[in-house]
Design a protein around this ligand. Structure first.
Ligand code: AGP
Length: 604
């Protein structure tokens, strides 16, 4: 959740760290801080609020030094104030530390350290680490960090600096850290964009590893001090992919990237002649009886569309479990169950623990991910990369459509392999999948009408989102998009459920967005929408261009091009995303960094 950057080398360390933090601000953004090492101790500057506040303070008080560590925080323990911002520094300023994660036994450790005379200056769980390291330090910083970490329970990515050493010591347990290798300089960060300007050569630190970064290179050990090999990877995408490039917001850029993303997601995975998708899986599709999808938020809604696809096309019983529940549910899974983890970041702690729980129960595992080298990628039997490129806006957009598209290819592959789809049916689906990039580009053309509709939603007291079948998930995704970036309350229901309670909410200030593309139940949807209109509710319908089954039941139609029903969530995602985006802009909200949220949720 928090953003971490550290640098050791000849460049101006403050500039390198601040620039890196700017690229990580999407991870968490309620306070920021920086410590620069000098032989006499650390100089530290911390500010609550966005990174800009720290940058302004640095302009007034420039800090130069040989190496530096910086942090953007997403508060867990203690409010987002200057004193709770990281880095945490010992009273004599000799040790400085930044931390992402949660130290679960911090209370007991704090009491013991208080008793031993340590003076705490923040409310955070993280601060215990700096005192533990101070206590354990005997001239060797990495020894002290290992000794401290052996006493803690919980999740951490830590970066530690000591005034005596021209080095940083870093360690990881569950929370991500990437190490970068330059010429005579080394880097550490929570995510690649922070250091990509300087190097493409990186190592992903593993759980239980401790590494020492010096200008000349990086050495790693385990928590006991045994040497460890670090694998070096080369990043194959460019920094421009993680920059706004003239767009007013990352979210809008990412929405408009979707046609190209889908081209990349489908890439050369489809075969028209065999009517199949090649996903390079080690899994034998006949070796499973059921599928359990585990994910959070938008990824779980992609999973809900995936369930429909897997059940319709492959006839495999599939359930979707919210990851934060599944991990504690003592789930009934076995060796003939496939657990599918879905995650843009690959770091969502609930999803990681959920898939681990499935594996502990003997299930086969597969992950649908957007992040090479991520924590989830290291746990599973098979991985399908969604190839969406870096997603920076906190509201997930392009990752969602890419995840759904991957589920469609998975359902096609399983359906063909298990005989649920004939050659001809497979070929039809391949042809339909190949149309998706153009259909999404077509849906983007509807933006002016969507922007006008969004202005009405921005004034609403609350908005109801409805859908049937595969669009129950579309409705949930649309409602989540609206609430997270515009703060307008929104709820989603299956259309047929309205009359069982939610219809009581309808009045002139509570409009409805109905995802009502053409299908066998359009007539029933039309009746439900008439029931809403009869009670003074305004209806915005996302409908299929040229289809008249809604029979005038919508006040406003937002048309999308016709597409096979099970794939329609990819196309209707566009107006749903744009409705939320335009409402957020109309209300003057912070589109890319909405309040209280963080992009990558690495705490429970
Ligand atoms: C979506 O817009 C979100 N901000 C959020 O629900 C997100 O999808 C969820 O936290 C899961 O993230 P992941 O895909 O990185 O696991």
């Amino acid at each position: 959740m928090c953003g971490i950057v550290g640098y050791v080398g000849p460049q101006n360390a403050t500039d390198v760290v601040i620039e890196g933090l700017r690229r990580l601000e999407y991870r968490g953004y309620d306070s920021a801080g920086l410590s620069v090492r000098r032989p006499e101790g650390h100089v530290t500057l911390k500010r609550s609020g966005k990174l800009k506040n720290l940058e302004d303070a640095l302009e007034a008080t420039p800090l130069a030094g040989a190496h530096a560590i910086g942090h953007t925080r997403w508060a867990t323990h203690g409010p987002p104030t200057d004193r709770n911002a990281h880095p945490h520094v010992t009273e004599d300023t000799r040790v400085a530390l930044i931390h992402n994660g949660i130290i679960e036994n911090h209370q007991a450790l704090r009491e013991r350290l208080n008793g031993a005379g340590h003076v705490f200056t923040s409310d955070t769980d993280s601060e215990v680490l700096v005192h533990l390291i101070e206590e354990a330090y005997d001239g060797d910083l990495s020894d002290a960090v290992r000794a401290a970490l052996r006493q803690v329970e919980g999740a951490y990515a830590v970066v530690v600096s000591h005034a005596d050493h021209d080095e940083l010591v870093v360690a990881r347990m569950t929370s991500p850290l990437v190490l970068g290798y330059g010429e005579g300089e080394t880097f550490v960060a929570s995510d690649v964009p922070a250091i990509l300007k300087h190097t493409r050569r990186v190592s992903y630190l593993q759980d239980g590893q401790v590494a020492t970064l010096r200008p000349a290179g990086i050495q790693a050990t385990d928590l006991e001090g045994h040497p460890q090999e670090l694998e070096i990877d080369t990043i194959d995408w460019d920094l421009e992919a993680a920059e706004k490039g003239g767009w007013p917001h990352f979210m809008l850029k990412e929405i408009y990237e979707q046609p190209q993303v889908l081209v990349n997601t489908l890439s050369d995975r489809l075969s028209q002649s065999t009517g199949d998708a090649n996903l390079n899986l080690t899994l034998d599709p006949s070796a499973i009886d059921r599928i359990v999808i585990v994910a959070a938020g938008t990824a779980s809604y992609a999973g809900e569309v995936g369930r429909t696809l897997l059940e319709r096309w492959a006839r495999i019983p599939t359930t979707v479990e919210v990851a934060s529940e599944f991990r504690y549910a003592n789930p009934i899974v076995d060796a003939r169950t496939l657990v599918v983890a879905v995650s843009q970041s690959g770091e969502t702690i609930d999803t990681l623990e959920a898939v681990r729980e499935g594996i502990r129960h003997g299930a086969r595992s597969l992950a649908i991910l957007n992040s090479k080298g991520s924590s989830i990628s290291r746990e599973v039997d098979d991985i399908i990369d969604i190839h969406a490129g870096p997603e920076i806006g906190v509201a997930s957009t392009k990752a969602y459509v890419a995840m759904v598209t991957v589920f469609a290819m998975l359902a096609l592959h399983f359906g063909r392999a298990r005989g649920a789809l004939s050659l001809e049916e497979g070929q039809d689906r391949v042809a339909e999948l190949k149309r998706l990039p153009n259909l999404v580009a077509d849906a983007l053309e509807g933006r002016p009408a969507i922007a006008a509709a969004a202005r009405s939603l921005a004034e609403a007291r609350s908005v109801l989102y409805l859908g049937r079948g595969v669009h129950v998930a579309s409705a949930k995704e649309g409602a989540l998009k609206l609430k997270e970036i515009s703060y307008v309350h929104a709820e989603a229901f299956p259309t047929g459920e309205m009359k069982h309670g939610p219809i009581a909410l309808i009045d002139a200030a509570v409009p409805t967005v109905a995802v009502a593309t053409d299908g066998p139940l359009t007539g029933k949807t039309a009746s439900n929408l008439q029931e809403i209109k009869a009670r003074g509710g305004r209806v915005f319908a996302i409908a299929t261009r040229g289809a008249d089954g809604l029979d005038g039941a919508a006040d406003v139609r937002l048309d999308v091009p016709p597409v096979e029903d099970a794939l329609a969530p990819v196309v209707v995602a566009v107006p749903l995303q744009l409705l939320a985006y335009e409402a957020s802009v109309a209300l003057g909200r912070d589109v890319d960094q909405p309040r209280n949220l963080a992009k990558s949720v690495t705490v429970e």
